[in-house]
Write a protein that binds this ligand. Structure first.
Ligand code: NAP
Length: 523
């Protein structure tokens, strides 16, 4: 592949920053594939253009018409699917399967919100709940509504989902009536750049989509009170953005999707060889190795009744030993490298921290790997590792440090649902926790104990063996996000995700007037 110069699409035109810019590489070979610079670009003007031109264009459309725009976007990405998958093979370390997960996720989430837009019809605002009688008679009436905010949605994404990460945020914002400025992580920005090119060429209404290809520069210094900042990435960056001077001064709403020490709990009723055990092993081996463990929803902590720990370690190890590591462009390869040199450094350092609390029971963090199809010594490869906690309740590193790679820790517990829930909660709040059991009482107690600390609880049982999609799959119908460590954010969940990009306002007045202007007059 010849080296691509990634440009930004701002103020309705493609623009290149000055200077050499950051170099994007193929993490399997370390060969440069692209460069990206935003130095010298006028972000103030870009935000103003999006707010005025893009905002006006979107607000003039009904939900159904915005849905049609999303459908066009989904179709355009679908037509360009092969090229986008290829981009992730060379700039992301993704196998074809990993890349499809991201690209098809983007196409699917845009399509989902396109359909939702259609179902909302010719409206431009959303009623929130029923009308309310506010006085002694129904004459003085109240109705909550959601209206589009007049700002721009600034979407900052992590390196691991360059296509889906953009699409899941953009679909909700655009359907809500807010133009978007999207910024992927620089290290894997090639896919998002190519996707934006495809979308721009598809002829979207002017100003509704802008793209920052590289560093964010002074972008956030230009935020205003009607804007929204939606961020996915590390907790550290999340803290910085939340406390950014303009965010604080202008009360800019911030949604943060950050780290998560996702847990899986195996119930004491699950026998070796049972359907539920098969589901548990299948889901876990995929969740730990897919995208080389660089998924926000990947399972990091595995709670197993003490008497089953040896069996589970043996079964998972057998599956991991079949994972072919190498150049993700090769068909036989099941796991590629980590996405960047920084990622490799962080994962190595993170494993050293976990080893304070846990012992490696599968894999060798020091192993000299010989990845298939790769020149020896090249690439940011790391083996699959399974650790076992020495003391499940007293493993501060395991419960607090996310190693963003193919690494998980088994934590023995007594088999009591209450204890499992308490141990899971030590993670300080997460995106998703899974419970594998066919015992209703165990499942109920564990779910109610775990739910307050998570955005989603996935229940694996024999009944859903052929249907469940794994805890790592984020579906547009249900919410994504989580409290505490996970950032306190919430996205998707059908209409809920759209409402985040709208202003809720209570309209009070004469009932006929309120009902007329909010479109809530009973028929
Ligand atoms: P990161 O280093 O925090 O970067 C995330 C994004 O923030 C990138 O686009 C980055 O741009 C940008 N950024 C960094 N500093 C910034 C600043 N001062 N101002 C404005 N933007 C800034 O995270 P990452 O390494 O890409 O992603 C890995 C992390 O994301 C993991 O911890 C993972 O758990 C988390 N994650 C969470 C979810 C979720 O849904 N909860 C999903 C995926 C990943 P540059 O690349 O240009 O620096």
């Amino acid at each position: 592949m010849t080296q691509v110069q990634i440009e930004s699409y701002l103020s309705g035109r493609w623009q290149a920053g000055t200077g050499p810019g950051a170099v994007l590489v193929n993490p399997a070979t370390e060969a440069p594939v692209a460069s990206a610079s935003t130095v010298g670009l006028d972000f103030g003007n870009a935000l103003a253009f999006a707010r005025t031109t893009g905002g006006a264009e979107l607000r003039a459309l009904t939900f159904a018409q915005r849905g049609a725009v999303l459908e066009r976007m989904s179709g355009a990405l679908h037509a360009a699917r092969e090229g986008l998958i290829e981009a992730q093979l060379v700039n992301g370390g993704c196998t074809r399967g990993d890349a499809k997960f991201d690209v098809d996720g983007a196409i699917g989430v845009l399509y989902h919100y396109a359909e939702l837009g259609k179902s909302l019809g010719d409206r431009r605002l959303l009623a929130d709940g029923e009308g309310i009688q506010l006085g002694r008679s129904p004459r003085f009436w109240g109705q909550h509504v959601y209206v589009p905010r007049r700002g721009v949605a600034v979407l900052i994404n992590a390196f691991n989902f360059p296509a889906w990460g953009f699409a899941e945020k953009a679909a909700c914002a655009l359907l809500a009536g807010m133009p978007v400025i999207t910024k992927p992580a620089t290290s894997t920005a090639l896919t998002a750049y190519l996707a934006t090119k495809v979308l721009v060429d598809a002829g979207l209404p002017p100003g509704i989509l802008s793209f920052v290809g590289g560093g964010s520069g002074d972008l956030l210094d230009h935020l205003q009170g009607q804007d929204i900042l939606s961020f996915t990435g590390s907790a550290n960056t999340g803290h910085k953005l939340r406390s950014h001077r303009r965010v604080v001064e202008a009360s800019v709403p911030v949604n943060v999707e950050a780290d998560s020490l996702n847990a899986a709990v195996l119930g004491p009723d699950v026998e070796l060889g049972s359907d539920t055990m098969q589901l548990f092993l299948r889901d876990l081996s995929r969740e730990i190795t897919q995208k080389t463990g660089q998924k926000c929803t990947a399972v990091r902590r595995i709670f197993v009744p003490a008497e089953r720990v040896d069996d589970v370690v043996a079964e998972l190890s057998a599956r991991f030993s079949e994972t072919v590591i190498g150049d993700p462009a090769l068909k036989e390869v099941r796991m590629g490298p980590l996405a960047s040199a920084d990622q490799l450094r962080d994962v190595r350092a993170g494993v050293e921290r976990l080893q304070k609390d846990a012992t490696v029971v599968y894999g060798d963090p020091q192993a000299k790997l010989a990845p298939l199809g790769v020149e020896p010594g090249r690439g940011y490869f790391f083996p699959v590792l399974l650790l076992k906690a020495k003391n499940s309740a007293h493993s501060p590193e395991v419960h607090s440090h996310e190693v963003f790679g193919p690494v998980a820790t088994v934590l023995p517990y007594s088999g009591k649902a209450e204890e499992a829930a308490e141990l899971v909660a030590l993670g300080g709040g997460g995106l998703v926790a899974s419970i594998f059991s066919d015992d209703r009482d165990f499942t109920e107690t564990a779910t109610l104990g775990i739910a307050p600390f998570h955005g989603r609880v996935y229940l694996g049982s024999a009944k859903v063996l052929e249907h469940a999609m794994g805890p790592g799959l984020v579906l547009p119908q249900t919410i994504h996000g989580g409290p505490g460590r996970a950032g306190g954010g919430e996205e998707l969940g059908g209409l809920r995700g759209v409402e985040h990009f709208m202003q809720r306002t209570a309209i009070q007045g004469s009932r006929p007037i309120v009902e007329h202007l909010t479109g809530t007059k009973p028929t």
